[in-house]
Design a protein around this ligand. Structure first.
Ligand code: PLP
Length: 429
């Protein structure tokens, strides 16, 4: 039996414990939704004030140079690079994940077309995050490709001679299941396909090695595990061997080789810079830097390896406590138990009753009790309703896991989730 004292003991010996102090976390709240919107670095408030009052207010246009605004996409990219196995100058922070995916998928299709024009399929996973599938649908329609969606276990078999690009999200947003990036990239290459990885639920949460896997293209999100703030810019990575081969389709002036020559003809910059489009969101970029600086602090405490070890310990603890204390309520585990296949979240299933989603109501009741997780609706078929709990190892404590499961137990034991108020969409949180 695991006790509250065991959890407190683990916090007392946790080498990453000091990092929690770098975040603002509301008192009395247990925040298990950092996989959707990361918590606020304490430094962000002062940084925002500085950028607004000093850099904008006083510096005005001079700040593009004097405050380093121009090089923010590269500077921040270099801070993300070690988290995802990329080299200096290879990663850019810019635009949103959806927009960056449009750029890289388009470039990947151009690359595939040059080498093998007869390949007309983009292959992805049916339960990929919808925006990824929508962007792929749009591009396929535009360029005459077919989007083929399969279940995760069927990916290898679907890598036929028709596939131009394999586009996958490394860690699934619903279940937290993680793909073997190196193995799938190898299989796709052996089958003649280009690979695009979405790292939205990986960057800052699990170690990633894009170079080691010899991946082709990647994008990822700034406001989840990187704690960049609401709507923070995303990142884009292109394998250096491909980067100069094609334009990306949003050929704006920031991606031009000489933007300040104001020439009428587009000439792409060499290297990753061509993946920029137009003027960047300086305030949002500046706030994201506060999140990335915390990873630099984490470096001296063991870096991503230590964060990964703690993340697995937290999710293992949550699963064990859930099984120990919430038995008999029909909770199921949608996240793989195998460490090699698990991201940094735990997804639970809870069967739907005839009239209501027990998963939805339970998430609402938990929020009322100060435990924030979230709910993702099932599709009425193979994918069930899910309660999602994200465990950001930078700021979640072992004791938080204890209390979260204790509140879950009380919600289920008391049956309070059945109350009308927890079953109305948008009623509580
Ligand atoms: C969160 C997430 C996104 C977000 O895309 P936006 O452009 O920021 O809205 C995209 N893809 C995946 C897989 C995600 O998890």
């Amino acid at each position: 039996m695991i006790t509250l004292q065991d959890c407190q003991q683990r916090d007392a010996t946790d080498p990453l414990r000091p990092l929690r102090e770098l975040f603002t976390l509301p008192t009395g709240l247990i925040y298990l939704d950092g996989n959707s919107l990361g918590a606020m670095p304490k430094a962000a408030a002062a940084r925002a004030a500085q950028v607004v009052s000093q850099e904008w207010g006083q510096g005005l246009i001079r700040s593009w140079n004097s405050a380093g605004w121009l090089s923010l996409p590269q500077r921040l990219g270099d801070k993300i690079a070690p988290l995802i196995g990329a080299g200096p100058g290879e990663v850019l922070v810019t635009d949103s994940t959806s927009i960056n995916l449009y750029k890289v998928l388009s470039a990947a299709l151009s690359l595939a077309h040059e080498d093998a024009p007869q390949r007309r399929v983009v292959l992805s996973e049916r339960s990929n995050f919808p925006t990824d599938l929508y962007i792929a649908q749009s591009l396929c329609q535009e360029r005459g490709y077919r989007l083929q969606l399969v279940e995760p276990d069927d990916i290898l078999a679907a890598l036929t001679a028709e596939v131009a690009v394999l586009m996958l999200t490394h860690v699934n947003y619903r279940t937290g299941a993680m793909h073997d990036m190196a193995a799938l990239t190898r299989s796709a290459h052996a089958a003649g396909a280009i690979v695009v990885w979405d790292l939205a639920h990986s960057a800052g949460a699990v170690p990633v090695d894009l170079s080691g896997a010899q991946a082709d293209y990647a994008v990822g999100c700034g406001y989840k595990y990187l704690n960049g703030g609401p709507g923070a810019p995303a990142f884009v990575w292109v394998n250096p061997k491909h980067v100069d081969r094609f334009w990306q389709p949003l050929a704006g002036w920031w991606g031009h080789a000489a933007p300040f020559e104001f020439t009428p003809d587009y000439r792409p910059a060499a290297g990753s810079q061509r993946y920029l489009c137009g003027t960047q969101a300086v305030l949002s970029l500046s706030l994201l830097e506060c999140g990335l600086d915390i990873f630099e602090e984490a470096q001296s405490l063991g870096g991503m390896a230590a964060l990964r070890a703690k993340s697995l310990a937290l999710t293992d603890l949550f699963i064990a406590l859930m099984e120990q204390r919430c038995a008999g309520h029909g909770l199921g585990l949608a996240t793989p138990r195998d460490h090699a296949r698990r991201g940094s979240q735990v997804a639970l299933t809870l069967a739907r009753s005839a009239t209501a989603s027990a998963a939805f109501a339970t998430v609402q009741a938990l929020a009322q009790r100060g435990v924030i997780g979230d709910y993702r609706a099932g599709d009425g078929g193979q994918h069930q309703d899910i309660l999602r709990f994200g465990f950001t190892p930078l700021y979640i404590a072992f004791e938080d896991v204890w209390h979260a499961v204790e509140q879950l137990r009380q919600v289920l034991d008391s049956g309070e989730w059945k109350q009308e108020r927890f079953n109305q969409k948008h009623a509580v949180t």
